[in-house]
Design a protein around this ligand. Structure first.
Ligand SMILES: Cc1cc2nc3c(=O)[nH]c(=O)nc-3n(C[C@H](O)[C@H](O)[C@H](O)COP(=O)(O)OP(=O)(O)OC[C@H]3O[C@@H](n4cnc5c(N)ncnc54)[C@H](O)[C@@H]3O)c2cc1C
Length: 279
């Protein structure tokens, strides 16, 4: 179960900073007033995973109501409002080796991004493998929330959460990313256009960690060169204002400009086709 110190660290404690289990009922000897919940979220068990294999095993064991905890920026507020009531959290934030941006080992024009890579890490990346072809990622990252959000929020959490205003979800669709899911039966890869089924809804199952290598962007980030495979098909994620500048930058060689939000992938696809920017 969650320790008090971890409760405080996660900002889960209520007015008195006391978890439900420790909260006394009544106010003195002989009083029988039932204990009132003094924490915001519904009760849950807490588990810390030290490897992807352990996380996946825990998720399988704990069942469908268990959830992965990464940066906690989207999940914890939902728990505090009791919009999400996971019975257990599997904390993956301390798993080593899941924070990276690196060129595809196969040498293709691809980039692999680890699940625990923070938005800030993307924003500050100076790796030529990122800047050369995927410069839209750091340029977009700087528009995500504010500094504490960017320094704690993860690429994997953003993709898995599938928020409609998420920079990474939109770019994953536009850049024809592939999401690598690790579950009890091994790994499977899902194209971003199929992965996002709707707002806050994805093709991953509760037992899958998404992912070890979260996305594999197959194509350079010059939108005019992407061919934007599946761009019109995914269609569920709209571009937030933050991405608009990056999109317009990438389209600077064309007559296409977007000055309104949301820009749906299919709008972009149609405009690029019209401008002859898509081969
Ligand atoms: C004030 C504020 C402003 C924000 N502004 C923006 C913004 O401008 N743009 C933007 O894109 N986002 C924004 N966010 C969201 C932020 O980017 C979050 O970091 C992100 O949505 C979730 O990442 P996380 O690591 O915190 O995930 P968590 O909150 O820990 O998890 C989110 C969900 O994903 C699941 N999950 C997490 N990691 C994995 C994984 N590896 N595999 C499978 N499932 C996983 C969890 O179970 C949970 O359901 C904002 C958030 C806040 C609080």
């Amino acid at each position: 179960m969650l320790m008090l110190s971890e409760c405080v660290a996660l900002g889960l404690c209520g007015k008195y900073g006391i978890p439900n289990e420790l909260s006394p009922g009544g106010t003195g000897p002989g009083l029988t007033r039932p204990a009132r919940s003094q924490v915001k979220p519904a009760p849950f068990a807490y588990h810390r995973a030290h490897s992807v294999a352990e996380a996946v095993a825990l998720l399988a064991e704990l069942g469908e109501e268990a959830k992965i905890l990464a940066g906690g920026l989207s999940l914890v507020p939902m728990m505090n409002f009791r919009l999400a009531r996971p019975t257990a959290l599997v904390d993956v934030s301390r798993i080593d080796g899941l924070s990276y941006l690196r060129a595809d080992a196969a040498g293709a024009a691809g980039l692999r991004i680890g699940a625990l890579t923070t938005h800030r890490t993307v924003e500050t990346s100076r790796d030529p493998a990122v800047l050369n072809g995927f410069g839209v990622l750091p340029r977009s990252a700087r528009w995500i929330g504010h500094y504490p959000i960017r320094s704690r929020g993860t690429f994997g959490g953003s993709i898995a959460h599938a928020g409609p205003a998420s920079e990474w979800c939109l770019l994953a669709v536009l850049l024809a990313a592939r999401i690598v899911l690790t579950g009890p039966d091994g790994q499977r890869t899902v194209p971003a256009a199929d992965f996002f089924e709707g707002y806050y809804s994805t093709a991953s199952t509760a037992a899958e960690m998404c992912p070890v290598d979260i996305v594999h962007l197959q194509t350079p980030s010059q939108f005019s060169e992407t061919g934007a495979k599946g761009m019109g098909e995914g269609g569920t994620i709209g571009a937030p204002a933050a991405v608009l500048g990056a999109i317009n930058d990438a389209l600077s060689d064309t007559d296409v400009r977007f000055d309104h939000i949301p820009v749906l992938p299919q709008d972009l696809s149609a405009a690029l086709n019209q401008a002859g920017a898509v081969p």
